[in-house]
Write a protein that binds this ligand. Structure first.
Ligand code: UD1
Ligand code: MG
Length: 404
């Protein structure tokens, strides 16, 4: 038992020490490297400021690289025991580790390509699917468990469990697509992308720590190896991305984050719990559906509109003819209007002005204009409350649906 505690804690401690140094390395690196990004034409204009300075963009690639370096250096640590004794090397565990890193690394590259080349929407869906393939392959050879346990109330119809077979792989591929894009579209105000990712990562970490005492401790230990350096490097980025932003994180960071969460969820066998920590992102996605699938025009940027006079943010809008909408569009719009989920104005010619359908604008139509930092804070508080809710669903409530 003593040996087991050692096996449990030793790699985590080493990982924690490496993560602390990763934090300081990133904090040191970002200010020194950011002018290189502007020189390489990698910058954006902060649309919610009076000035129009060039803000370095895609700094997620810096944190991502530090994260990967730390992970590469860490690879031998969990295997120290086997290396020293030179026996029964757990190749399956090593393969899991390497595939997870390959998928994350791939996503970092693809995210950076997106920042440099400004890819189309269909690529944004395709890239994470492809980056998750190595992972699915490892899942196939190491687990290949595609059986799901049916919640108690549904058992009379479906039985105790259901083998989803290939559908389970489709689900895992879609998880990667969802996690990466969901963070990217809840964005556009200083500190929000990193802030939400940090809260999700911390929630996953807390969940892993709780589960360390359970029978699946190895899977949760694996996830902690990824979460600690991820949190450390992102925290350093947060320092520079918080209002007023000195750097932008770019799609690189959103993709890297989403993929990291999907990877630990899939390899650690807790993908449903991972999704529970995405409640605000799921709501934002559902709310966005009308625009994402072009029932209603979707402008290139949906971030709130900045009012120079008041230095506050107001809801941004999309304008269209009522007659442009097809039947589904009209129905969905009617539902949103009936439940007072949108702010609509229609003039006599049938021109409709509607707020862009994001959670950020939804808050603004309810609160009125807000300072940018206040708006980010509100959204991050919502993220924290959602995580608390997720834990309530995961622990006390789950016993109603499953024998836990
Ligand atoms: C996604 C959103 C888009 C939103 C954008 C903001 C969808 C479908 N896409 O697009 O509506 O406007 O993110 O990131 O919902 N920026 C700021 N302040 C910030 C962060 C970003 O002004 O705090 C601006 C900068 O000009 C920056 C640009 O947003 O250059 C980055 O946008 P990008 O990440 O390329 O947009 P998408 O991810 O394609
Ligand atoms: Mg983006």
């Amino acid at each position: 038992a003593e040996n087991e505690t050692w096996l449990l804690l030793f790699p985590i401690c080493i990982n924690a020490i490496m993560s602390v140094s990763a934090y300081y390395l990133t904090v040191h690196l970002i200010p020194r490297i950011k002018s290189m990004f502007v020189k390489a034409n990698l910058y954006g204009i902060d649309m919610s400021k009076r000035t129009s300075d060039k803000v370095p963009e895609a700094i997620g690639v810096v944190t991502g690289c530090v994260f990967l370096i730390i992970m590469f250096l860490f690879i031998p640590v969990p295997f120290t025991n086997h290396i020293l004794r030179n026996e029964n090397f757990p190749y399956d565990k090593l393969v899991e580790f390497l595939a997870a890193l390959l998928s994350i690394c791939c996503m970092l590259l693809l995210g950076f390509a997106d920042d440099v080349l400004d890819l189309r929407w269909r690529h944004k869906l395709l890239l994470p699917t492809i980056a998750s393939l190595p992972l699915l392959m490892v899942y196939y050879i190491n687990f290949n468990s595609t059986v799901i346990i049916i919640p108690k109330p549904l058992r009379p119809w479906f039985g105790f469990s259901l083998d989803l077979w290939i559908l389970y792989y489709v689900y895992m591929g879609m998880l990667a697509v969802f996690c990466t894009n969901a963070i990217n579209i809840l964005a556009g105000i200083n500190g929000l992308e990193v802030g939400q990712s940090l809260i999700i990562a911390t929630s996953i970490l807390i969940f892993n720590v709780i589960e360390l005492s359970g029978s699946q401790w190895k899977a949760h230990q694996f996830s902690i190896y990824f979460m600690l350096p991820y949190i450390a490097t992102s925290l350093a980025l947060f320092k520079f991305n918080w209002y007023p932003s000195q750097v932008f994180v770019g799609d690189t960071f959103c993709y890297l984050s989403g993929m990291t969460f999907a990877v630990v969820g899939i390899i650690g066998h807790f993908s449903k719990t991972t999704l529970l920590f995405f409640i605000p992102q799921i709501i934002n996605f559902l709310y966005s559906v009308l625009q994402l699938f072009h029932f209603v025009p979707c402008p290139r940027h949906r971030l709130p509109k900045y009012n120079k006079e008041t230095d506050k943010l107001e809801p941004s809008t999309t304008v269209f003819y009522k007659s442009e909408l097809n039947t589904i569009g009209r129905l969905l719009m009617w539902i949103l209007k009936t439940f007072k989920l949108v702010k609509l104005q229609e003039d006599r010619k049938g021109v409709v002005t509607c707020n862009n359908l994001t959670l950020i604008n939804f808050i603004l139509i309810n609160t009125g204009p807000l300072k940018e930092s206040t708006l980010t804070t509100i959204l991050l508080i919502i993220q924290i409350i959602s995580s608390i809710l997720a834990f309530i669903i995961r622990y006390p409530l789950a016993s109603i649906f499953y024998d836990v």
